[in-house]
Write a protein that binds this ligand. Structure first.
Ligand code: ZN
Length: 258
């Protein structure tokens, strides 16, 4: 069969068309691969960023949440413990748990005793009596356990005791009538002062001065009690039992706000 011009033309055209098709398909494929890679890298990076940002956020969030939750839990647990201890203070002579009160402004360490008070509920509190005392029996006048043992000997107890470093201990729950005031009367003529008062002992001898931290703690405790109760009087033991009592010794009243 002789080659004519027509056959040659068709063959050349076919080669061109096939080649063109091949090139087209190949070109398209490579463009796709390139774009996929670019997209992939970008999206991975974006994902990473998102993940990193989210991770940071969620870690912070988690930590904060956990912190908040654990603080809540601790407070709840402590509150429950607190309540339980108040209820079972006859079975547990001295308890040692720290309590951050709900006011969040004063740290009170529970050290509840099982003497020196009458159990009560729903009493009206409107007076704070400040006292001072020290351990007269041991070597160290400011020995916490020694002082508490001394209260026990006399069968008395304050609601709160402030040590030399300004640490506040709760010995008797507010609702109970602590035996701290004895015979005496408030300026409005009411006797049985224990019934409506909170007793606060501040560690000090008759010759020493109170520490700065003690004044601060006394102020904090007064502020805390004033938030809880309508306090009408903040008095020294000597003011309700003049002639019989002389404490709080050397207390500078102008160092606190009543
Ligand atoms: Zn006193």
């Amino acid at each position: 069969m002789p080659f004519n011009k027509k056959t040659i033309l068709i063959t050349i055209l076919s080669i061109l068309i096939l080649g063109g098709l091949f090139c087209f398909v190949y070109f398209k494929k490579s463009v796709k691969i390139v774009s996929r890679n670019t997209e992939g890298v970008e999206s991975v990076e974006n994902d990473k960023n998102v993940q990193v940002v989210q991770a940071t956020k969620s870690v912070d969030g988690d930590i904060n949440n956990k912190k908040a939750k654990s603080v809540e839990n601790v407070q709840n647990v402590e509150d429950v413990k607190d309540e339980k201890k108040v209820e079972s203070d006859k079975t547990k002579m001295v308890s040692q748990n720290s309590v951050i009160d709900n006011s969040g402004e004063i740290k009170i360490k529970n050290k509840l005793v099982n003497w020196g008070f009458t159990e009560s509920s729903g009493r009206k509190i409107d007076t704070i009596i400040l006292h001072s005392s020290y351990d007269a029996l041991g070597d160290n006048p400011y020995d916490l356990e020694g002082l508490i043992a001394e209260y026990k000997q006399y069968g008395v107890a304050p609601h709160y005791l402030i040590d030399r470093k300004g640490k506040v201990y709760r010995l008797v729950a507010d609702k109970n009538i602590a035996w701290h005031a004895g015979a005496g009367q408030t300026p409005d003529g009411r006797k049985n002062v224990n019934n409506f008062s909170i007793g606060v002992e501040i560690m000090n001898t008759k010759t020493d001065n109170y520490t700065k931290k003690q004044y601060q703690a006394t102020q904090d405790l007064i502020d805390y009690l004033k938030k809880k109760y309508k306090i009408n009087y903040i008095l020294g033991h000597n003011e309700i039992a003049p002639g019989r009592k002389t404490d709080p010794w050397n207390f500078e009243w102008d160092k606190i706000r009543k």
